[in-house]
Ligand binder design. Structure first.
Ligand code: MG
Length: 165
């Protein structure tokens, strides 16, 4: 095993989606009642998308758009938590397991706090870790730019993988 494969690896993922008038939105596998929706080919779950890319990036695998292309009808309306679980399976095939994830949602709305526990539980289940290994937080963009104008939201995620021994 090469030396660099013996330690833990960190991957980063980013995603953004435009708001639509047809809701509700799904974030981290949680349906947020009363919220505007997010535009997208799948369920537009920006947390799951960013985190999927973080997991894949840590393993230096192809990104989410390559593995689950928009052009494939099978991905239309697909549960993004399911895609995240498939990415985890893929890195497990490379003898890597997820040990931690940290997620930031940048949006003027909705507030993440009331949904944090449910999102952490969904993400933890998909990653195969305990809730304590998943951090989720919300930030506004202080009214600046496209996020500040309420055009959509963004998500940044980091995942740490460890070699299975
Ligand atoms: Mg996306």
């Amino acid at each position: 095993m090469p030396l660099e494969a013996r330690g833990s690896r960190t991957g980063i993922g980013y995603d953004s989606h435009r708001f639509t008038d047809t809701g509700p939105m799904v974030l981290g596998g949680v349906t947020i009642a009363g919220s505007r929706g997010l535009e997208g080919h799948s369920d537009a779950d920006a947390i799951a998308h960013a985190l999927t890319d973080a997991v894949l990036g840590a393993a230096v695998e192809d990104d989410i758009g390559t593995l689950f292309p928009d052009s494939d009808p099978a991905n239309r309306g697909r549960s993004s938590i399911e895609m995240l679980a498939l990415a985890v399976e893929r890195v497990q095939g490379r003898a890597l397991r997820v040990i931690h994830a940290d997620i930031v949602v940048i949006a003027e709305e909705p507030r993440i706090g009331p949904h944090r526990a449910a999102i952490r539980a969904n993400i933890a289940r998909a990653l195969g870790v305990s809730d304590d290994a998943v951090s989720v937080k919300g930030k506004t963009n202080e009214g600046m730019g496209w996020i500040g104008r309420g055009e959509g939201l963004a998500c940044i995620a980091v995942a740490t993988l460890s070699p299975m021994s």
